[in-house]
Design a protein around this ligand. Structure first.
Ligand code: ADP
Ligand code: MG
Length: 354
């Protein structure tokens, strides 16, 4: 597979305050992720409704010898958007070029990519909601009618030329479908949201990863890790490695439920899958803002994270679990959050969290 530009996972590696389990990845994590990334639908666990739809579209495209429709995947980080794009390319038996919107700053970046693709190739653009207006406008006719308009020369000699682009499939991924411009969204034939995974599905991901890495794990051990993985395969995979390290130190390296639970207690990942940063976030809202509402930027500043990480990595799961609520005036703790941590008031809340 030809990869001309770097994957989202390689761009913008931020220094985070402390390396909690849901924080951004290191370069070591990136090569690890690559090695365990599913290659075909059979390795890609869960998302069954989405997989069925895609299989039909792929079959139809192959039979009619037409490129697959442009596809947009959205949903929280770590749910398998990038993986699914490469599964699709493998299933179509085509090459994939992987890039992300922040690395397509200048018009010539996107033009260069469009000029280099071959008929049938998949072009994957991660964080597509961050594409700038100029690049977007270059992309429109390329997506719709497979050409790009370029201007050459200077002032009076300015000339517009139209260049054909081979028929390709654009796969866009975003954590924020709402930030995508209407005209861009309308050019995708297939738009799909990726869902959080069930404990059973995450157990399967864990068992698969363990077998690739040669880790000995039983089903109860996998399930114990799955329960604290926030519905997210990327987190499940990282936890497997951390638990394996603990198992090596404490016993013979094999993972069962007891070892997994002990390890995760030491990592301070609670039964909801929340880590220290999550708990600090809840604590800030409770303690400093009396339960909220509080703006995302303020929260991020106090946490020492950037707003994007808080919004894309921490918040979706806390919202999904019903611990915090998004309102127009900011983020609020829900009564459910107080109840889960057995709280009556803000001071109690603070104490039960730490
Ligand atoms: N459905 C799945 N089945 C198996 N592993 C998965 C699945 N989805 C994600 N993963 C694993 O989780 C990691 C993160 O997935 P990725 O595709 O990078 O997520 P996203 O692009 O949505 O942030 C991958 O390296 C892959 O190993
Ligand atoms: Mg990705």
């Amino acid at each position: 597979m030809a990869i001309i530009s770097d994957d989202n996972d390689n761009t913008e590696i931020k220094e985070t305050r402390n390396k909690d389990i849901s924080s951004e990845e290191t370069s070591y994590d990136m090569s690890f992720e690559y090695s365990i990334r599913p290659k075909f639908f059979d390795d890609y666990v869960g998302q069954s409704a989405l997989k069925s739809t895609l299989k039909i579209s792929i079959e139809a495209a192959k039979k009619s010898e037409m490129p697959l429709d442009h596809i947009l995947f959205y949903g929280p980080a770590g749910l398998g958007k990038t993986s699914l794009a490469s599964v699709i390319a493998n299933e179509m038996n085509t090459d994939i070029k992987i890039t992300s919107a922040p690395s397509l700053e200048r018009p010539r970046d996107i033009i260069g990519i469009l000029m280099s693709i071959k008929a049938g190739d998949v072009l994957f653009i991660d964080e597509i909601h961050r594409l700038n207006k100029i690049s977007e406008e270059i992309l429109y006719p390329a997506m719709e009618d497979f050409y790009i308009d370029m201007t050459t020369g200077k002032a009076q000699t300015l000339k517009s030329i139209r260049i054909p682009v081979p028929k390709f499939t654009l796969i866009g991924a975003t954590t924020k479908a709402g930030s995508l411009s209407g005209p861009l969204r309308d050019r995708f034939g297939i738009i799909h949201r990726l869902e959080f995974y069930t404990v059973e599905e995450l157990s399967q991901v864990i068992i698969r990863t363990a077998s690739i890495l040669g880790i000995d794990i039983d089903t109860k051990g996998a399930e114990a890790i799955a329960k604290r993985s926030r519905g997210t395969p990327r987190i499940a995979n990282r936890l497997v490695k951390r638990v394996r390290d603990y198992a090596i130190v404490k016993s013979d390296g094999a993972i069962n439920a007891d070892i997994a639970n002990e390890a995760m207690d030491i990592l301070q990942i609670d039964k909801y899958g929340l880590d220290n940063t999550d708990r600090t976030l809840l604590k800030i809202i409770a303690e400093k803002y009396n339960g909220g509402p509080v703006g995302i930027d303020t929260l991020a500043t106090i946490l020492g994270e950037d707003s994007k990480t808080v919004e894309d990595v921490y918040e979706p799961y806390l919202v999904q679990k019903g611990f915090i609520q998004r309102t127009t005036r900011g983020r609020k703790l829900t009564p459910f959050a107080y109840q889960c941590f057995k709280l009556n008031n803000n001071n109690d809340f603070q104490q039960s969290l730490f």
